[in-house]
Design a protein around this ligand. Structure first.
Ligand code: MTE
Ligand code: HPA
Ligand code: MOS
Length: 762
């Protein structure tokens, strides 16, 4: 099953927001951003800008007819700054002009009088000052304090992981049109059409029924458009609503990088305790999440960090506490893995630290502690259908772990200036929105009288192939060719009250709803066939567009069946609702069964470090992954490859950097590096484990969008392994990303320390 979209993409035929034909009278919007990271907004001088050529109007917080509030989880985020500014790049005013160039030119004429306030960029400092987004949360199982006393070995340390820029190819954008009843229609590049609709209604002071949001597809989202497409949708809508012209707002790349939040950086303290036979008996961890200036999705991201505290391991005594810390940076947000990767990096750091101190390989500890069937996670869900050991053992044998280890050791003996390293990275990722109520959606399926089919769901296509998967589900269920099926745009008037396309659950949720709708239509058509053609209902089916009665082709095809049903006034439309069964969670005790199922896998990564330059290559990533019964292996393989490389980028090259004034230094593709073809691993093998899948997974084909990102963590530890082959006693802080600069620091600790102190002196 191939992805239906790429052929159109490479021919330039796919329509993105910026391809929508521009309507007459369209105004172009540009955002005036706060030039300071924290301060009291005394006044704005708009006079010169208002007189600039082509400028129609400039909007500020005072123009908002409803509430100036777009906070999704916590109402702490104004659409336009009012009274205070809390981060550099915060939207303060919106210029509407006849052309994009005029709008941008006018921005330069605006000045703001801002009284500076102290700026915090560090999460631990924020926590020390009581700047928390929400109260801290603790997941606990067993008695970690007591268990440490029983441990043969106890190690403690600090681990830090950095932010990550989403770098979707299509930047944030919205195009809003005033509608006849005093509402708006918004074309938005969003993963969450309902989120845009809900917040626009609040901002405009109208009902949600007055706001229609439509999404054809995104040029990538990666979580960056789960919540953070909302401000741009609301701003364009505000302009269209007030001025009664269409308003188009498209961020250029650097504005997008400056103004939007990223993956949350975390700084964490860990303590791990092991028995003499290397069982992890106890684990304590404290996470400091750098949330930025507003809550955005941070509390939900924080929660998922806690859910993935123990990764793919069984640890009987765990205390994990997480702080969401308010800093003067753009609000950080969802990013593939949604806090899970940050939690998993810490446990892997703890295991690695223990192994290094004990003179062992991390894999000696990892393998011994993998989850087994029935083991409890700290949140009390049991591992059911657990494939952690199967994934590890398959990877170890299929990719010849022993042989690769021997080859690395031999290479390192023979080479002084190049060293190789190797690491294993097991993963376990929970599938479902951790907020139980979000695990619901609907599908609206029309069969037209010529037998073609139109399907609307809450799913947003962002490159992950969900439209292809949904079309396939419908074609299989109805017994017809996929060529008859069209997946419509995602539109809030056709499918309402949807969750964002996120949590890797889009195909499961919307596929299941589509399946239910198609099953209902199928049954209705077959009942009709049985009366119309006087055949027994039992044993009647549709296969390859042919109606079969007890396996024998009846006198009718799909097309005839549909048109005859229409003549008999049989309903050819169905609207189905799906809610994941069996999921629940009680946050008051932090226990429950939050996930429909878990996804497992293991990656074996090797890397080579140039010990003169600190540069490196990730040589190979070989993965054994639990897809269940994949019904679209080509798409699923693509998701693994893309996610693994994205994860490697987060752990190695990609360094989001702000200065103490909260100014983004990595503000363009000159200063922010993502893996390209040359730095991607030369070998990227994906083995499909033989696993049964799960009934909650669509057609038993497990969710695949986020879990493989965490394979990238293996690249960090493979590099660390190589650095330690050169500098065995070296103290290399557990800080990610492992940039070439950090590698050099690990290779030559004294030299780098000397350079740093002479730079300060100089
Ligand atoms: N793949 C592509 N090509 N583009 C994307 O933006 N987003 C990822 C993942 N794969 C993304 C992607 C993220 S963050 C999620 S949550 C899932 O896709 C969402 O889609 P799914 O639920 O259909 O897997
Ligand atoms: N994952 C991804 N996105 C989300 C979640 C989640 O668990 N909850 C809310 N948004
Ligand atoms: Mo993905 S971070 O859940 O959009």
């Amino acid at each position: 099953m191939n992805h239906l979209d790429p052929q159109r993409h490479v021919r330039g035929e796919s329509q993105y927001l910026d391809d929508v034909p521009v309507q007459q009278g369209t105004l172009y919007a540009a955002v005036y951003e706060s030039p300071l990271a924290h301060g009291i907004l005394r006044s704005l001088d708009l006079e010169a800008a208002q007189k600039a050529s082509g400028v129609v109007r400039i909007l500020t917080a005072a123009d908002i007819p409803g509430q100036n509030q777009i906070g999704g989880i916590v109402p702490d985020e104004p659409l336009l700054a009012e009274g205070h500014v809390h981060f550099r790049g915060q939207p303060v005013a919106l210029v509407l002009a006849r052309s994009e160039a005029q709008a941008h030119a006018a921005l330069k004429l605006i000045t703001a009088d801002i009284e500076p306030l102290p700026i915090i960029t560090d999460p631990r400092r924020a926590a020390a000052q009581g700047e928390l987004i929400v109260p801290p949360r603790t997941f606990r199982i067993g008695d970690s304090a007591g268990a440490f006393a029983q441990c043969e070995y106890v190690f403690a340390g600090v681990a830090e992981s950095g932010g990550q820029e989403h770098l979707y190819i299509e930047t944030q954008a919205a195009y809003a049109f005033p509608t006849e009843l005093g509402g708006v229609k918004i074309i938005s590049s969003t993963q969450g059409p309902t989120a845009v609709q809900r917040h626009c209604a609040v901002v405009l002071g109208v009902g949600m029924h007055q706001v229609e949001v439509d999404v054809t597809r995104l040029g990538g989202g990666f979580g960056g458009k789960e919540d953070q497409a909302t401000p741009w949708g609301c701003l364009a809508a505000l302009g269209a609503f007030l001025v009664k012209n269409p308003v188009k707002l498209v961020l250029d790349r650097m504005a997008d990088m400056r103004m939007t939040g990223k993956r949350h950086p975390y700084s964490s303290d860990f303590k791990i305790g092991l028995s003499a036979d290397l069982k992890i008996l106890a684990y304590e961890v404290m996470y400091y999440q750098n949330a930025g200036a507003a809550a955005d999705l941070s509390p939900a991201v924080l929660e998922r960090t806690l859910f993935h505290t123990t990764n793919a391991y069984h640890i009987p005594n765990v205390t994990a506490t997480a702080y969401s810390c308010r800093t003067n940076l753009p609000p950080n947000t969802a990013f593939r893995g949604f806090g899970g990767p940050q939690g998993m990096f810490v446990i892997e750091s703890a295991i690695t630290k223990a192994a290094e101190e004990l003179g062992l390989k991390a894999s000696d500890i990892q393998r011994r502690n993998l989850l087994r069937e029935g083991d409890l996670f700290p949140y009390r869900q049991a591992a059911e259908g657990c494939h952690a050991e199967q994934a590890w053992d398959t990877a170890a044998s299929l990719f010849d772990l022993a042989g690769q280890r021997a080859a690395v050791a031999k290479y390192n003996l023979e080479n002084q200036l190049f060293k190789k390293g190797l690491a294993l990275m097991p993963i376990c990722f929970g599938i479902s929105f951790t907020k139980t109520f979000m695990n619901q959606t609907r599908a609206l399926v029309h069969i037209y009288t010529d037998g073609s089919v139109g399907i609307s769901t809450g799913a947003v296509e962002m490159g992950q192939g969900v439209n292809t998967k949904i079309a396939r589900v419908a074609a299989t269920t109805l017994g017809i060719s996929i060529n008859r099926i069209k997946i419509e745009s995602t539109n809030t008037t056709r499918v309402a009250n949807t969750s964002p396309s996120a949590a890797s659950a889009t195909a499961d949720l919307n596929g299941k709803a589509t399946q239910l709708a198609c099953l209902a239509l199928r049954e209705r058509l077959l009942r009709h066939a049985s009366t119309e053609f006087q055949v027994d209902y039992e044993g009647i089916t549709i296969e390859d567009e042919q109606v079969l009665a007890a396996g024998i082709p009846a006198e009718t095809t799909w097309e005839k069946l549909v048109s005859s049903a229409f003549v008999r006034r049989v309903a050819l439309t169905e609207n189905a609702h799906y809610a994941t069964p069996g999921v629940h969670f009680d946050a008051s005790v932090e226990q429950g069964h939050p996930f429909a199922y878990h996804v497992y896998g293991t990656a074996l990564t090797t890397a080579t470090v140039d010990c003169l330059r600190g540069t490196y290559t990730i040589d190979s990533v070989q993965i054994a992954h639990d897809f269940g019964q994949s019904f679209s292996p080509a798409i699923d393989r693509g998701q693994i490859e893309g996610a693994a490389v994205q994860g490697i980028g987060w752990m190695t090259l990609e360094e989001v950097s702000y200065n103490d004034e909260g100014r983004l230094l990595s503000n363009s593709l000159n200063s922010y590096k993502i893996p390209d073809l040359y730095s991607a691993p030369a070998v990227l093998d994906v083995h499909f484990l033989d696993t049964p899948g799960h009934p909650n997974a669509i057609l038993r084909s497990k969710a695949v969008g986020e879990p493989p990102l965490m394979y990238g963590i293996g690249a960090y530890f493979a590099l660390r392994d190589a650095v330690r082959a050169f500098q065995p006693g070296g103290v290399l802080p557990l800080v990610a990303p492992m940039t070439p600069e950090r590698v050099l620091g690990g290779l030559y600790p004294e030299l780098v320390a000397q350079l740093a102190s002479s730079a300060v002196a100089g």
